[in-house]
Design a protein around this ligand. Structure first.
Ligand SMILES: [Zn+2]
Ligand SMILES: [Zn+2]
Length: 265
């Protein structure tokens, strides 16, 4: 059973069993739950792929949900340097680009193959692909998202860690146990990303004080505020939807997507 956050109108950061190796909720159930709870706008942001967007679009239409095409690209620059992309209208390009990056990054051992036109990437056994080594630099991820007509957004900055901030207690190697940075350094990192082309900041942190901090950074730097649950599983108590995102934030994102889509035509 997937729980839903009360009062949420949208969720722009979701993973499904169908498209992410570390998620266990089928897309079909996510869309049905959102429709039932009145969460009108979703974006499915699988790790490093947009392969499943066509099927998600079908489920969205079936359930009366507004779907924004999405992706979450894992980058090598620092720990948890994930870049979200929203509203891409050239998904064939992005899929081909990400597919090539994965194959070049050695993912064939995990069953990934790129078709001969380099347009589609498929994984014979997604559930067996236990881990996705990041292969792209942030600047390349931003460029690919923009070229596909999308809007790049900094994902969960509260999880960012420096590569060199090893504490020796990192249990899972993803940086969760590494030291946090100072507020000044988080803001400086976001400003750097803004100068590289990132348009928005995900602000839906689990801690209220982080929500306030990243909201103020978004305001200072005149960036869009986005939000989502980063739901991977119904088992850990995380709920679908975020109350951080308002209809005003959504409008700003839609405007940025429209501008980016235009440049792409
Ligand atoms: Zn992430
Ligand atoms: Zn995620």
């Amino acid at each position: 059973m997937v729980g839903v956050k009360e009062g949420a109108i949208a969720d722009l950061h979701l993973h499904t069993k169908d498209g992410s190796y570390d998620a266990d909720v089928p897309a079909e159930r996510l869309f049905r739950t959102a429709a039932w709870a009145g969460v009108k706008t979703l974006s499915i942001t699988e790790h490093d792929t947009v392969e499943f967007h066509g099927e998600n679009l079908r489920l969205a239409e079936l359930n009366g949900i507004d779907l924004i095409s999405g992706v979450e690209i894992s980058c090598v620059d620092f720990y948890n340097a994930h870049i979200l992309g929203y509203g891409m209208n050239d998904l064939a390009y992005l899929n081909g680009y990400l597919g090539r990056a994965r194959v070049e990054g050695g993912w064939q051992t995990q069953g990934y193959v790129l078709d001969k036109h380099e347009k589609q990437v498929t994984c014979a056994n997604l559930r067996k692909a236990r881990f996705y080594p990041p292969v792209l630099k942030i600047k390349d991820a931003i460029e690919a998202i923009v070229r596909a007509g999308g809007v790049p957004v900094a994902a969960h900055p509260w999880w960012w860690r420096d590569l060199e901030s090893k504490t020796g207690r990192s249990r899972n190697g993803n940086g969760s146990y590494r030291r946090k940075l100072s507020h000044e350094r988080y803001e400086a990192k976001i400003e750097k990303l803004k100068n590289m082309g990132v348009k928005g900041i995900e602000c839906s942190a689990p801690r209220e004080e982080d929500v306030d901090f990243y909201t103020s950074v978004a305001k200072n730097l005149k960036m869009i505020r986005t939000g989502g649950s980063d739901l991977h599983s119904a088992k850990n108590g995380r709920k679908l939807g975020t109350t951080v995102l308002t209809s005003r934030d959504l409008d700003k994102l839609y405007n940025a997507i429209a501008a980016s889509n235009c440049k792409n035509i």
